[in-house]
Write a protein that binds this ligand. Sequence first.
Ligand SMILES: NC(=O)c1ccc[n+]([C@@H]2O[C@H](COP(=O)([O-])OP(=O)(O)OC[C@H]3O[C@@H](n4cnc5c(N)ncnc54)[C@H](OP(=O)(O)O)[C@@H]3O)[C@@H](O)[C@H]2O)c1
Length: 166
Amino acid sequence: MNLIVAVDRNWAIGKDNRLMHHIPADMKYFREMTKGGVVVMGRKTLESFPQGQPLKNRVNIVISRRKDYKVKGAVVVHSVEEAVETAVEESKKCGGGIFVIGGESIYRAMLGYCDTAYVTKIDHAFDADTYFPDLDADAEWEMTKISEEQTCFDLEYYFTVYERVR
Ligand SMILES: NC(=O)c1ccc[n+]([C@@H]2O[C@H](COP(=O)([O-])OP(=O)(O)OC[C@H]3O[C@@H](n4cnc5c(N)ncnc54)[C@H](OP(=O)(O)O)[C@@H]3O)[C@@H](O)[C@H]2O)c1
């Protein structure tokens, strides 16, 4: 399984249930990478999307402990294990990859199931309240690719790929 995330220089990912930045090229990268596949997210991340709607052209799997939680256009599951099982089944059906897309609690709970992390690194320190684990400090992960420096509204950022090495 894969994960995809945008982090700042402190591995921050969000504030007040929103992204901290708006980088159109990163949104496009996210859409292109995940299109036709299966995306797995926490209930709060779903609710951070415009009108709280699932993403089009992808199978959306939403994790919530609430047994009565229902979302039109998404499969709701109630544990990480159920999310993994359902994602594997749905990926076989649609033929696309599986991407864990956040937020913090789901990245932390599902990192151990992932082998490849697509990490957009923004060279800035935002005010934040949610974080991704620091993969540079984790001996199980190594950065294997980094793009040229990109810029957007004075923000410098890079598209990187990390892979599990042990
Ligand atoms: N920078 C990025 O790339 C990126 C990507 C995605 C999200 N984000 C940001 O991340 C932040 C949200 O992260 P978050 O950690 O607060 O929320 P989250 O992980 O999106 O969702 C948390 C919710 O998921 C459910 N959940 C979590 N673990 C569970 C488990 N083991 N079993 C069943 N349900 C479980 C619970 O839902 P219930 O309360 O319904 O039980 C929990 O309240 C936002 O700021 C968002 O913008 C950033």
